[in-house]
Design a protein around this ligand. Structure first.
Ligand SMILES: *[C@@H]1O[C@H](CO)[C@@H](O)[C@H](O)[C@H]1NC(C)=O
Ligand SMILES: *[C@@H]1O[C@H](CO)[C@@H](O)[C@H](O)[C@H]1NC(C)=O
Ligand SMILES: *[C@@H]1O[C@H](CO)[C@@H](O)[C@H](O)[C@H]1NC(C)=O
Length: 309
C-alpha cells in the first residue's frame, strides 16, 4: 500500500538524519519529573522499559493519571516487558505471534510490508497495535481487566514494531541467521533486540539511566526537528481499518521499520552467516537502535494522550 514515493520519503528522512546538525531546543519534558526515574525500582537493560520511560515523560497529566489508575504507580515502565514474561505461559500461547510481522523481503533489492498479505486476520504486531488501541478507547466499553491487558500489550508491541528484526520476512526475523557478536555465538535477532543496546549502555556509563538521558537529550536537540514527522500519520483509506485514534499508525510504522533492511545499508550490507560482528557494526547501527526506541516512546505517548483526555 505504500508506493515508491513513500520509499523515497523514507530514504530522504534517513539521509537528513545523517547530515542533521544538532540544534538547540527548549526542554520539552516537564522539569522535575526527570528526577523520578533514578529513585524508582531497579530496572533492567531492556529497550522496552527505556521506551516506556520516554513515553512516560511525554504523557499529559490526564494520561499519566489514567495509566497509573490502570496499572499502578509504576506506570508504563513497570508493564513494558510483561508481554515477553508471559511467553512461557500456555494460556497466552495465542499472543506469541503478535510480537512480529513476516514481511516479504529480499534485501537490499526488495523489502515490503502489505497489511492484507502479511497480517491476515490482523494476526501480527500491526494488527495487535490496532486491536489494543481500540480496546483502550472509551467506546469499546472494555472491563478494567481488558483495559489493563490492552495497555500492557500496546506498550510492548509499539516498541517491538520499531525493531527492524520484528518486521522482517527472512530467517524467522533473523533468529535463524547465525552470527558472532564479538566472540559470542548468537543471531541477528538478538543483536538488534539487545546486544547493540547493551554495548551502547556500557559505552556511556553502564546503565539504562544514562542511555535514557542520552535519548531524551537527543529528542530535545538533534532530533527535535524530526518529531513532527515521527508523529505524522498518512491517510489510511483502503486499509479497511477504521481511524479510531488517528495517531495510532502501525501500518506506516511497519513500512518504515521494514525499509531499514533495504534502505539502511549498514543493517545487512555484506553480513554473511557466521560473520563476526563487532565495533564496526555497532558504531554503524547504534543510532538506528536508539532512534527506534525514542520514536516508539513518543508514538506510544501520542496514542495514550489522544485516548485519555
Ligand atoms: C510530547 O512531545 C511532543 C514532541 O516533542 C511535544 O510537542 C509535546 O508537547 C510533548 N507532550 C508532553 C505532554 O510532554
Ligand atoms: C485482540 O485482543 C484480544 C484480547 O486480548 C485477543 O484475544 C485477540 O487475539 C487479539 N487479536 C489481535 C489480532 O491482536
Ligand atoms: C459501548 O457502549 C455504548 C453505550 O452503551 C454503545 O453505544 C456502544 O456500541 C458500545 N460499544 C461497543 C464496542 O460495544
Amino acid at each position: 500500500m505504500f508506493g515508491n514515493s513513500m520509499k523515497v520519503l523514507f530514504a530522504l528522512l534517513a539521509s537528513c538524519l545523517l547530515f542533521a546538525a544538532p540544534i538547540l531546543a527548549e526542554s520539552k519534558f516537564p522539569t522535575g519529573r526527570r528526577h523520578h526515574f533514578s529513585e524508582d525500582r531497579l530496572w533492567g537493560f531492556d529497550g522496552h522499559e527505556i521506551s516506556a520511560w520516554i513515553a512516560t515523560f511525554n504523557l499529559t497529566a490526564a494520561a499519566t493519571q489514567a495509566v497509573e489508575t490502570l496499572v499502578g504507580p509504576g506506570g508504563l515502565p513497570s508493564i513494558a516487558t510483561w508481554a515477553d514474561n508471559i511467553k512461557g505461559d500456555s494460556k497466552y500461547k495465542w499472543a506469541s505471534e503478535l510480537h512480529y510481522v513476516t514481511t516479504l523481503d529480499n534485501p537490499p533489492t526488495s523489502c515490503s510490508f502489505q497489511m492484507s498479505r502479511d497480517c491476515p486476520r490482523k494476526n501480527c504486531v500491526v494488527g495487535a497495535v490496532y486491536n489494543y488501541t481500540e480496546q483502550l478507547t472509551e467506546d469499546y466499553n472494555g472491563s478494567t481487566k481488558t483495559r489493563q491487558e490492552a495497555l500492557k500489550f500496546l506498550t510492548h508491541f509499539v516498541q517491538d514494531l520499531h525493531n527492524p528484526m520484528h518486521v522482517y520476512g527472512k530467517d524467522r526475523g533473523g533468529n535463524d541467521f547465525p552470527v558472532y557478536w564479538y566472540s559470542t555465538k548468537t543471531n541477528m535477532h538478538s543483536i538488534w533486540d539487545s546486544r547493540i543496546l547493551v554495548r551502547h549502555m556500557d559505552d556511556i556509563g553502564g546503565d539504562a539511566e544514562s542511555y535514557l538521558s542520552l535519548a531524551l537529550h537527543r529528542i530535545e536537540t538533534e532530533w527535535s526537528h524530526e518529531i513532527a514527522n515521527w508523529l505524522y500519520c498518512p491517510r489510511r483509506d483502503g486499509s479497511g481499518v477504521p481511524l479510531l485514534v488517528p495517531t495510532a499508525c502501525p501500518e506506516f510504522w511497519a513500512s518504515q521499520a521494514n525499509s531499514a533492511h533495504c534502505d539502511l545499508p549498514d543493517v545487512w550490507g555484506g553480513v554473511k552467516p557466521n560473520d563476526k560482528l563487532g565495533d564496526d557494526y555497532y558504531f554503524d547501527n547504534r543510532d538506528t537502535v536508539m532512534r527506534g526506541i525514542a520514536m516508539a516512546g513518543l508514538r506510544l505517548a501520542a496514542i495514550l494522550n489522544e485516548i485519555f483526555v
